[in-house]
Design a protein around this ligand. Structure first.
Ligand code: GDP
Length: 451
């Protein structure tokens, strides 16, 4: 792992500046060999140096070179960053020149992987780096940066320290079995602490599910038969005329998608084609698509026309969506209401008028309430932020349950110790204290080159 790597760190295209980044034992010497200016091997660490990149006599570009010496760098190795003029030809030419030296092209995420393997950051922090690069909303950015600062790491370490304390109490017990008192104290201590940790972990796991919403937004499907006001609803959310609003049944044939930000959270809304029995081929595809999309949705908004009685098609849609997180919108509340709501008792209902912006406020309020958006956007984010972390946390939680059962069934203390140790290890996997090469390779492959 101590070879020299290089990558273009900025996205390749026309721009004012491109950055080429190198990391490894000999990168200062190597860069110096193609640099005309100060001797980079003699300059202080963390300095920016003006000069030229040269290929023998030929000047390739006028550049600024940052020299950062180990260990206070991103990878804990020597790092060079060459700020050259942006543009594909210059950047590529410098990269090619560097590659003629003892340097190889970095793999995706290799700089961050080195930061992890050299102990500068843990796994949750590495994952947060990727999340930050990919974040599209303010809430996603906020979540990622708090994890880069080590919030999840601290939380996991706190659990691990408490477990370490319990494990050492057990060790004392095993070492001095003749003192019966110690065993009673130890079992009581474990009981109380395990209960406490189990509850805390449960809450964090539950709240962690919100991070999907923070990172990716709420995937929202608007569904209903033609002419009930689906496109109008989406338009009111988008506050612009993106969807075609018309009163000819079945004209919103294809899916129309729009992204709305509600309390800093992105609502990714899809207006589906009107669901109804149809012989029109184009529309039929739309109908089937909209029903199949129900499965993936985080939220389904079923739109009904309040000025008409419930139809068979409405009932069919309600049947298909009853297992989901569904809000039933009874629309056109400015007209005389003929829809009877008795059959809808199991659903969350809101009454709207999608012809007016104010008419959809009850729906907005309901979404905020349902996803607790007013709380999560202002909270201090300490969560597990992806499925890998959550599944390890669940395994750790399960071990705490087994410890409790063991105590209940009066198992010998060294049996209880095994479960506690397993819990400790699962938590360690979250932050990468224990890991397999396969998992690490898989994780960093998802990064972009140069990060
Ligand atoms: P979709 O087929 O479900 O997408 O329905 P549209 O949004 O195209 O609306 C169908 C018709 O109903 C249009 O003429 C709209 O102007 C009208 N409409 C939509 N919402 C309301 C409402 O809240 N009240 C009334 N009175 N008409 C509405």
């Amino acid at each position: 792992m101590d070879d020299n790597i290089v990558a273009i760190a900025t996205s390749l295209g026309v721009g004012a500046i491109s950055i080429i980044r190198l990391s490894g034992k000999e990168v200062i010497k190597i860069t110096n060999s193609i640099f005309k200016g100060k001797n980079l091997e003699r300059v202080n660490s963390h300095t920016i140096n003006y000069g030229y990149i040269v290929d023998q006599e030929e000047v390739i570009d006028e550049v600024l070179v940052s020299v950062m010496k180990a260990p206070k760098t991103y990878t804990k190795e020597d790092i060079i960053e060459i700020n050259c003029h942006g543009g594909i030809a210059t950047t590529n030419r410098i990269l090619e020149l560097i590659l003629t030296k003892d340097v190889r092209l970095a793999e995706p995420g290799e700089f961050t992987k080195r930061a992890f393997l050299n102990g500068r950051i843990d796994l949750t922090e590495s994952e947060a780096v990727m999340d930050l690069l990919e974040s599209k909303t303010e809430s996603a950015r906020h979540l990622a940066i708090s994890n880069i600062q080590g919030k999840t790491h601290e939380m996991v370490e706190d659990f691990r320290n408490r477990l370490k304390d319990l494990l050492s109490s057990i060790e004392v017990n095993i070492d001095y079995p003749e003192y019966h008192d110690i065993e009673i104290i130890t079992v009581d201590k474990i009981k109380g602490q395990v209960k406490q940790m189990k509850q805390e972990l449960e809450i964090i796991i539950k709240e962690s599910k919100n991070t999907k919403v923070l990172k990716e937004g709420i995937y929202t499907l608007i569904i209903g038969r033609p002419n009930v006001g689906k496109s109008s609803l989406l338009n009111q959310f988008l506050e612009e005329e993106k969807a075609i609003v018309t009163n000819i049944p079945g004209t919103t044939r294809d899916m129309i998608e729009g992204q709305v930000i509600l309390n800093g959270i992105s609502l990714n809304m899809i207006d589906t084609a009107g669901v109804r029995k149809t012989t029109d081929q184009v529309e039929k595809i739309g109908v089937e698509k909209s029903l199949s999309l129900i499965k993936q949705a985080d939220l389904v908004i079923v739109v009904l026309n309040g000025s008409e009685a419930l139809t068979k098609e409405d009932q069919y849609i309600l049947e298909k969506t009853k297992e989901k997180n569904t809000i039933v919108v009874i629309n056109k509340n400015d007209l005389e209401q003929k829809l009877k709501t008795e059959k809808l008792n199991d659903f969350t209902l809101v009454s709207t008028n999608t012809n007016h912006i104010k008419g959809i406020q009850p729906l907005k309020d309901k979404i905020i309430e349902l996803f607790e958006l007013d709380k999560i956007s202002s909270k201090d984010y300490i969560y597990f932020s992806n499925i890998r972390q959550i599944s390890k946390a669940k395994e750790a939680h399960q071990k705490l349950i087994e410890v409790e059962e063991g105590i209940e069934n009066k198992l010998p203390i060294d049996m209880i110790e095994i479960d506690l140790k397993a819990c400790f290890d699962f938590l360690g996997e979250i932050i990468g204290k224990t890991y397999s090469d396969e998992i690490i390779d898989h994780l960093f492959e998802k990064f972009c080159v140069g990060k």
